[in-house]
Design a protein around this ligand. Structure first.
Ligand code: MN
Ligand code: MN
Ligand code: MN
Length: 339
């Protein structure tokens, strides 16, 4: 017996990395134990991860799940990229998160990420008429009906694929611009939410491929008076889930000193195009809680819960945004003795 393992990794494309994958045929039954899956390799000169002669890089499996596209006993395998001395490659942001997540694991940080994206049919967003624009925004968000909804068959298929893969998807909705959608992953630990979001993104591209439609995480897919695409990042620690003081500490920590800029410049390429102050955003270079980072109304009422960072772009690297938030908030909570 053989099975197919789709090895997936994140490349070195600048300024926004892309997903790559290739198939390995393996003997025996699919061992879902990720540690038992073999290392593999690829040519880094074709993925912006190596130059010149020594371009061999290593794929190290870190997360695996059933492959809902191929079915049967086939699997998806998300990998970290290593150099041939088995140390993390410079493009490997997961390795950096690993250390920070471990350091603050005692505070039990968890995340829910809202991934917005846009379908394209050739050069036009799905639902945009040829050589023009659709009716202005207003009816599309959470809409129903063929005049408002474009791509629902793909969205439903992607949702089913994520569920069959066992990913922690928690919902979907149609967004403000035609052809724009959202899915949510979490709540899960920093590494889990990030690994599963990357796999869910891969499944999005792969699912849409069968419909001859492409999906993009471009934060501003249509210039002008059309919504951008973000990745609202919801966050809590155990102390925040138990009391309001920790909620305030976390919010304030993200506004201190150079923190607003440290975060925002790592929240996805093109963030200044999206965070204009219009379209439900706060200006990218101003920090306020209420707009940049929000305390949801139920949290204010319950005096405990989580906070929502509304700044990350759709094209943010989840390994980076979760690392920055854990580092900033958990350091502040530790200092304040709110752990
Ligand atoms: Mn949402
Ligand atoms: Mn949304
Ligand atoms: Mn939100």
């Amino acid at each position: 017996m053989t099975f197919k393992a789709e090895y997936i990794w994140i490349d070195g494309t600048e300024p926004t990395a892309k997903l790559r994958s290739k198939t390995k045929i393996m003997a025996g039954d699919a061992s879902r134990e990720v540690a038992a899956l073999p290392l593999w390799g690829f040519d880094g000169s074709s993925t912006h991860q190596a130059k010149g002669r020594s371009s061999d890089l290593v794929l190290k499996p870190v997360f695996s799940c059933p492959d809902p596209i191929r079915g049967g006993g086939d699997i998806l395998v998300l990998c970290e990229v290593l150099d041939i001395d088995l140390t993390p490659h410079s493009s490997n942001t997961r390795a950096v998160l690993r250390e920070v997540a471990e350091r603050f694991a005692g505070q039990e940080p968890i995340f829910g990420i809202e991934q917005e994206y846009t379908f394209f049919d050739g050069h036009r967003p799905l639902g945009f008429p040829e050589g023009g624009f659709p009716a202005a925004q207003g009816g599309y968000y959470c809409g129903v009906g063929a005049d408002e909804i474009f791509g629902r068959d793909i969205v439903e298929k992607h949702l089913d694929n994520c569920l069959r893969a066992g990913l922690g998807i928690s919902g979907i909705n149609a967004e403000v611009m035609p052809g724009q959608w959202e899915f949510q992953v979490g709540p899960l630990s920093p590494l889990e939410v990030s690994d599963q979001l990357w796999v869910a993104r891969w499944l999005l591209y792969r699912t849409a491929e069968d419909f001859d439609v492409s999906a993009t995480l471009d934060p501003k897919p249509v210039k002008g008076d059309w919504n951008g695409a973000g990745a609202h990042t919801n966050f809590s620690t155990r102390a925040m889930r138990e009391g309001y003081e920790a909620i305030i500490t976390a919010c304030e920590s993200m506004g201190e000193g150079s923190k607003p800029m440290d975060h925002v410049k790592n929240y996805g390429a093109g963030i200044d195009d999206r965070l204009t102050g219009l379209h439900e955003t706060a200006p990218w270079n101003e920090y306020s809680y209420g707009a940049s980072v929000r305390i949801p109304w139920q949290v204010e009422r319950d005096r405990k819960g989580y906070i929502e960072d509304r700044r990350p772009n759709a094209n943010v690297d989840p390994y980076v945004v979760t690392r920055l938030i854990v580092d900033t908030c958990c350091t502040a909570l530790e200092k304040a003795g709110q752990v």
